[in-house]
Design a protein around this ligand. Structure first.
Ligand code: GLN
Length: 570
């Protein structure tokens, strides 16, 4: 609808309150784009902006538009894409949504992550249904309309601001339809209701001892060619920007100087980014520019409290995370973050030791594992590195080192127990050995006929019932929980009694008792493994109970170790 017409209708109050037009009028939109290089931390910046707006009492929604062709990242290698972040509704999404959930309380769903693949899929399906009534289907307007409709899905009368992050870097071919769509969006809903933030890099050239603003000028130039004039330019930099630097960027990028915001590298923690943005009054700029008169005073008490505790731990523990993507910093992102959160209430800082599972057979790796205060096995797929993971479980179990297994980590713990305690030497998961004599982990029934790989696992929030008095129940402080899943294989129920008789507790099952969700060992200081992914529900200000309990056990292990060494020597 044209803006003038919209205004007219509004003034006469003829628009039904629930109409799309009304919703769009009510909700303001922030678009975050990135320039110069990838991996600038657009997700973190967007999440930080979300936190700042929530801390001013505004209701926000967050969303990421990803220009790649895959329908979702679920089928992509962690080497290519980092972790796949799973939501309650079972959607497999970009890891930036993890930042959104850790920083804000914006509810996320399938509508919070769209890829080129999904957009085209919807347009093509509509075309096949005859939905375009004989028109030639084109990028503009059909693809761009579909993108715009995905953005407006988050507008609602109770939502003050929708923050939409555009993945990729300005200048990428595949970003173009998204940029065109967000350009058009402001024409549809009114320029005063949209704000464009461009995140760029201002590199420091050591040889010249200078910050260089030219890449920023070029990338903003590229945006302006497409018809988008950013309102605010956020500059990632490792050195402070001088007033002259800001003025220069402002002049060349056509923004006021106070709209050039420095975002210095956060040396200590990513959770400091929101504070750096507040220092430059980004929240004020946004609320004024979007006329968010309902915004209250900024209240970051809770966040600052958490940072204060993060900065002043009493003790440090080392947790070895044994995975096959250990080299990739983002492959186990949510686990690393959840461990940090788990330390907060225990006044403990967590040093993460990333161990490549394929190296566990080496003596030096085994030594490292034995010295760790806790061992964590994350989820994973495929055979590579699995034997190393199983060996890591054995080291944790036999040396009384706190052990936390997650998804494949639980399956490895079951295999290890079968092989080394129950004497089933060839025990395995049918994922790795179809013809194993002891298939202690096997494909779930509902998975047997599935051929497509994308979006077909057991996904999303599922209920679990905990056993009274179990370690899990004590940690959660309740007996009915819901956690997010992403797997095809499960504990083979046929072996249940043998494991129970050999000392394993199944402390969490699906409510019908058929699927094993949590295992524990009682004769060990802390040995617990889960079939689900607790890391997706941990927040800095609300650490996940199992991570809290695990880090606490690691801290106790550390204290005990120091005590033993003092008294008995090493
Ligand atoms: N590969 C295992 C399965 O599909 C574990 C999955 C995971 O760790 N997310 O069941």
């Amino acid at each position: 609808m044209l803006k003038k017409e919209t205004e007219k209708l509004f003034s006469k109050d003829k628009i039904p309150r629930n109409s799309k037009c009304w919703r769009e009028k009510m909700t303001k939109h922030i678009f975050v784009t990135g320039g110069v290089v990838s991996s600038l931390g657009k997700g973190l910046t967007s999440a930080s902006i979300g936190l700042l707006l929530e801390s001013r009492g505004l209701s926000i929604r967050m969303q990421k538009l990803d220009p790649y062709i895959n329908v979702d990242p679920g089928t992509m290698s962690p080497y290519q894409h980092g972790e796949v972040y799973v939501l309650d509704d079972g959607s497999e999404t970009d890891l930036d949504l993890g930042h959104y959930e850790r920083f804000t309380s914006s509810p996320l769903s399938r509508d919070s992550n769209w890829t080129t693949g999904q957009i085209y899929q919807r347009v093509i399906e509509k075309e096949r249904r005859g939905g375009y009534l004989g028109q030639t289907v084109q990028v503009i307007p059909h693809i761009t309309n579909e993108i715009k409709s995905c953005i407006s899905r988050l507008s609602a009368p109770n939502v003050d601001v929708v923050i939409t992050e555009i993945g990729g870097t300005v200048g990428d071919i595949e970003s173009l339809p998204f940029l065109e769509a967000i350009r058009q969006f402001s024409l549809d809903v009114g320029k005063e209701n949209c704000l464009y933030i461009h995140l760029t890099l201002v590199p420091f050239l050591k040889a010249a001892r200078e910050l260089k603003t030219k890449p920023t000028q070029h990338s903003v130039g590229q945006l302006r060619q497409i018809g988008i004039q950013p309102d605010i330019v956020v500059c990632r930099t490792e050195q402070r920007l001088s007033k002259d630097d800001c003025d220069k960027i402002a002049l060349f990028c056509n923004v006021p100087s106070n709209c050039v915001i420095e975002e210095l590298d956060a040396d200590f923690s990513i959770y400091e980014v929101p504070l750096a943005l507040v220092e430059h009054k980004l929240d004020d700029l946004i609320t004024k520019r979007l006329n968010l008169t309902q915004a209250g005073q900024l209240d970051l008490t809770c966040w600052q409290d958490f940072l204060q505790r993060l900065r002043h731990p009493d003790i440090e523990v080392t947790i070895a995370v044994v995975g096959k993507y250990a080299k990739h910093k983002d492959a186990y992102k949510s686990i690393y973050e959840a461990l940090v959160h788990g330390g907060i209430e225990n006044h403990t800082s967590v040093r993460i030791l990333r161990i490549e599972s394929e190296t566990v057979d080496r003596e030096e790796t085994q030594l490292l594992l034995k010295k760790a205060d806790g061992i964590l096995l994350p989820g994973g797929f495929g055979e590579r590195g699995v034997e190393g993971k199983i060996e890591a479980v054995q080291i944790a179990r036999e040396n009384n080192i706190p052990f936390f297994g997650i998804c494949l980590g639980m399956q490895c713990a079951v295999i290890e127990y079968a092989r080394n305690v129950l004497g089933m030497k060839e025990a395995n998961s049918t994922e790795f050995d179809r013809n194993t004599e002891f298939p202690v982990i096997c494909l779930m029934d509902e998975q047997r006929s599935i051929v497509d790989m994308g979006g077909t696992m057991r996904l999303g929030a599922q209920p679990t019932t905990l056993a009274k008095e179990s370690r899990a129940a004590k940690a959660y402080g309740m007996l009915d929980i819901e956690e997010r899943h992403r797997h095809r294989y499960e504990f083979n129920y046929q072996y249940r009694d043998e494991f129970i008789n050999a000392g394993m507790t199944f402390s969490g099952t699906s409510p019908d008792g058929k699927l094993v969700e949590i295992i524990e060992l009682d004769n060990h200081p802390w040995f617990l493994a889960v079939q689900y992914h607790p890391e997706f529900k941990s927040q800095p200000t609300r650490p996940h109970p199992l991570f809290r309990s695990f880090v606490k056990a690691a801290a106790q292990h550390r204290v005990q170790n120091v005590f033993d060494k003092k008294n008995f020597g090493d």
